[in-house]
Design a binder for this molecule. Structure first.
Ligand SMILES: CC(C)(COP(=O)(O)OP(=O)(O)OC[C@H]1O[C@@H](n2cnc3c(N)ncnc32)[C@H](O)[C@@H]1OP(=O)(O)O)[C@@H](O)C(=O)NCCC(=O)NCCS
Length: 156
């Protein structure tokens, strides 16, 4: 199956929420996604199948603010993991951020989330800091940074 990336629409929200609740211990609510979709400086992208455009395999939400692009959330449905979908979403975001001339991309990731850390490191992010007890359950966050000047050459 081939997949492409587009802006999320309201019709995608049920599928996004289904992935969200299975992916995170403290999932975002529908209204949190709606809030992000309404912000002019936020983007919510989905990766859907080319044939029907109805199967949402993954999504990515990020904000573009003066000093940086911040990744808020990225998740892939269980049955679609390990196929490069998260990497595809992030690479498209990086290329866009480079074009828009934002200096860096920032994100936080749970200290226990090795899969996500592996993903970010593969794409060129580096661990910049630890935020102690950042999450409401007391887990630390690692802050990952990618300076756009250090983005992979093919995305510059
Ligand atoms: C983390 C997550 C988004 C990865 O999505 P994915 O589409 O399966 O990842 P990809 O197939 O694009 O993998 C790209 C790279 O990420 C790394 N990676 C992905 N899954 C990994 C795992 N389980 N363990 C270690 N590294 C992993 C690898 O470097 C991989 O490259 P490779 O296939 O050449 O080894 C997915 O597991 C997920 O949705 N997890 C739950 C939500 C979550 O934790 N989101 C991140 C919040 S910060």
């Amino acid at each position: 199956m081939d997949f492409s990336i587009r802006d999320a629409s309201l019709d995608d929200l049920d599928s996004i929420l289904k992935i969200e609740v299975s992916a995170f211990p403290h999932p975002w609510s529908r209204s949190q996604f709606l809030d992000e979709m309404a912000l002019p400086y936020a983007r919510l992208w989905v990766l859907t199948d080319d044939e029907t455009d109805q199967i949402v395999a993954a999504y990515l939400c990020f904000r573009l603010q003066a000093e940086a692009c911040s990744v808020l959330t990225v998740a892939v449905g269980n049955e679609y993991r390990g196929q490069g979908h998260a990497e595809k979403l992030l690479r498209k975001m990086i290329a866009w951020v480079v074009r828009e001339e934002y200096p860096q991309i920032l994100l936080e990731v749970r200290a226990s989330n090795r899969a996500a850390q592996g993903l970010y490191e593969k794409i060129g992010f580096h661990k910049d800091a630890t935020r102690k007890r950042f999450y409401s359950d007391g887990e630390d966050a690692f802050v990952y940074v990618l300076k756009t000047s250090d983005a992979p050459a093919e995305l510059q």
